[in-house]
Design a protein around this ligand. Structure first.
Ligand SMILES: C[C@](O)(C(=O)O)[C@H](CC(=O)O)C(=O)O
Ligand SMILES: [Mg+2]
Length: 304
């Protein structure tokens, strides 16, 4: 039964692994998982962690990424993902779901949900995707209050609090670096350098601060798609591919629906599908059968 239904690694151990990864010198790759099944594949393929994207979660609800989802919704979704993986899960907590006190509550609730870390961003509410124009950010002091509240609420000292700065696209990279320094002083364990443009920007950021850094390799955004090996050489500690699995899946879904609509059958799509047997393998279906026979292993005589 071990490892079926839920993964075996405790939340405490996942947080320890996350922290160890951040100081290992090896880049920690966190693809976004759109559901628990995807998280199982992320682990099987050998990544170091799982990311829960606010953009992908809201898009899955057919909503834009403008802070419409609630802490309760994000927590329920993230907890389902964390439950099935031995990997640390990093959750996009947007601006913390309210004022600094709400950010503090967000930390406790995500801790209870078995999450390894969250990121809070310095945008105003309502926030928007960091790769769009027209963003606005709160003052450094306001974000520092947000972070201090989050850090003070943490009960497991290994829970990772990541501060995201959206300042580069608004005030320039030097201002973003100043903010990152202030956020690290406020207790952030990791800095998410949102929407930098080129490799040179990532290099400049790395040279300027002495705190673990996270890169966002989202598609169709402002940043060049820099390979993980290059980011590692630059000295980045973590990278997310936040919306990639959603975009892959939605691309395939749209194409497939059009084929069925036009051809009246999905026959020509079969090669592109995950087969039933592969699905059952990922689900470890056979082990559930073994579990059942372990329980129902008695026989009844005629008098019972
Ligand atoms: C990382 C991000 O916050 C997310 O919600 O996944 C988004 C990603 C995206 O919209 O491509 C962001 O960068 O704001
Ligand atoms: Mg987001």
């Amino acid at each position: 039964m071990t490892g079926l239904i839920a993964a075996t690694t405790s939340a405490a151990d996942k947080r320890i692994a996350f922290r160890a990864g951040l100081t290992s010198g090896k880049i920690q790759r966190f693809p976004g998982a759109i559901n628990p099944l995807t998280a199982k594949l992320v682990q099987e393929i050998g990544f170091e962690g799982v990311y829960v994207s606010g953009g992908a979660f809201s898009a899955g609800l057919a909503l834009p990424d403008i802070g419409l989802t609630t802490l309760t919704e994000v927590t329920a979704h993230s907890a389902q993902i964390a439950r099935v993986t031995d990997l640390p899960v990093l959750v996009d907590a947007d601006t913390g779901f309210g004022e600094p006190m709400s950010a503090a509550r967000t930390v406790t609730i995500l801790e209870d949900a078995g999450i390894a870390g969250l990121h809070l961003e310095d945008q105003i509410n309502p926030k928007r995707c960091g790769h769009l124009d027209g963003k606005a950010i709160v003052g450094t002091d306001e974000m520092v209050r947000r972070l201090r509240a989050a850090v003070s609420a943490r009960r497991d000292p290994n829970f990772v609090i990541c501060a995201r700065t959206d300042a580069a696209g608004i005030e320039g990279i030097d201002a973003a670096i100043d903010r990152a320094t202030a956020y690290a002083e406020a207790g952030a364990d990791l800095i998410f350098t949102e929407a930098l443009y080129t490799t040179a920007d990532f290099e400049k950021f790395r040279a300027a601060v002495d705190v673990p850094l996270l890169a966002n390799m989202t598609e169709f955004g402002k940043s060049q798609l820099i390979p993980a090996q290059v980011l590692e050489k630059i000295g980045y500690n973590a990278v997310i591919y936040p919306v990639t699995t959603l975009r892959l899946a939605m691309g395939a879904i749209e194409k497939g629906l059009r084929v069925i609509h036009e051809e009246g059958t999905q026959e020509t799509l079969l090669d592109e599908m995950q087969t039933r047997s592969r699905l059952y393998e990922v689900l470890e279906y056979e082990r559930y059968n073994e579990f059942d026979s372990g329980i129902f292993n008695f026989t009844l005589d005629r008098r019972q």
